[in-house]
Design a protein. Sequence first.
Length: 607
Amino acid sequence: MQLQVSNSPFNQEQAELLNRLLPTLSETQKIWLTGYLTAAQAAGPIGVLAPKAGESALVQNTAPVSKEVTVLYGSQTGNAQSLAENAAKTLSEQGFQVTISSMNDYKPNQLKKEKNLLIVVSTHGEGTPPDNALSFYEFLHGRRAPKLDGLNFSVLSLGDSSYEFFCQTGKDFDGKLEELGGTRIFPRTDCDLDFDEPAAEWISGVITCLKEKQGDNAAPAGEVSAESAQPSAYSRTNPFRAEVLENINLNGRGSNKETRHLELSLEGSGLTYEPGDSLGIYPENDPVLVDLLLEKTGWDPESSVTINKQGDRLSLRNALLTHFEVTVLSKPLLEKLAGISDQSVLKELVSPGKEDQLKAYIEGRDLIDLIEDFGPWTVSAEEFVQNLRKMPARLYSIASSLTANPDEVHLTIGAVRYETHGRKRSGVCSILTAERLQPGDTLPVYIQKNQNFKLPENPDVPVIMVGPGTGIAPFRSFIQEREETGAGGKSWLFFGDQHFVTDFLYQTEWQKALENGSLTRMDVAFSRDTAEKVYVQHRMLEQSKELYAWIKEGAYVYICGDEKHMAHDVHSTLISIIENEGGMSRAAAEEVLAGMQQQKRYQRDVY
């Protein structure tokens, strides 16, 4: 967006100077400049970084900074954990004494002793902390939180800008640490799904600030990425082209659903995974949708556009097919596009006070809707696409055991189709797999490790698994693994879907597992086969006494699937079972389940 006299408080000469300067700045420089100007405004003359009483936009005191650094992470899918681990590694290489911990494993009474604290945290669902950050989050926002006047801190926040409460958990931690007296050593960095670059600049900036406070003028740290050290050269930023071996519809004829079972070859990749991990896929947009978008804009499909900061270029059509997201609208996107639009209606929609109208507009619409509603667009294709978000990967729970299926990875993907605002819509990756992907084709993939959804280390411990619909995927992996390794612990699976005849996913496999003993028990709920809808939580309540007995024996409980409804209902049902069968209050039952979560006996992979 170009600064102009008409859209800024600057005169013509100032606007021209800034327009020449701003495009040359790195993200780190922009972040530093923001904090510098904030502090300078509070202090008086530019160049004096002294805050008003109680303010701590950046580190202002001149006391030496300790070499000890604690890195805490809250992670649901593994991204925040990987970033934290790599940040800790980079800090250690720069001479710092680093302690790293999941928030779930961190003792809160240690907090008041910390000198330098780095928080790396994702935002889960509608602005809530990830499961392994909940206890620390509640402590910090509770009455027992200590004063932190001697603490230096910085926050790296992960999120998805298509959600209303983008990076909310990180914002909450950042604000609370400052409120408790902490000093922000480097400004909070909020990362969208394409987080590698801003995350690298954040840790580089943090290390530079820490070294400056120590009087160490050595060169700043090199880049840190989200990739955990692994023998394979393939990763999130360098995906492997996996060949499709099988692509089968699991649902029977007449089903309301289409669920694809996908088998991919990992041969030659060096990639490994464990039960509970996920596979990331970089999909392509539907060519029909892209061609319609080009038709609406009138742009030349073969014109060349820049796709990244390195200056790489593709034809416009290929860029829209493979590189840019076009099916999701977000507040940041509309704000950017309003800056290059001549339409006052769009500018009005993103103005302060119009949040409810903006949210209502975004819901269920895509880039084609926006182009139609706020055209004509007089800017070039090059200028327009620079505002689009990079196509994010889609994560799917792995539905196979590598031990049972060497050099292969299996997925269970539900095809997403719906209609809104007078047009049929579909999921980008799910419809790619359902309609356009054939055996012999390849997909760019990577392994996403998830240490927060793992089988017990002791194979004799019982496991209870709740996975309706495609939530069944990781439990296929669990049972395959336990069969291959000869695990002795009992296993109990709850599965649900619409109809027994058409929607019993992997039915013959579960029957064989029950016969050979790798699965001890299975309870099913088919909601559309009875007059009154029956779901997995109803089956759990029917088996309340035995379920509680398993929990008392030390069983691990796993939930996978829909977060908004199913996971919430199952969570509430578990509390009710513990409350009623344990003869305790609701509050006490909630504490028991929270304790299980703390002990990693209650794990969730929800989306």
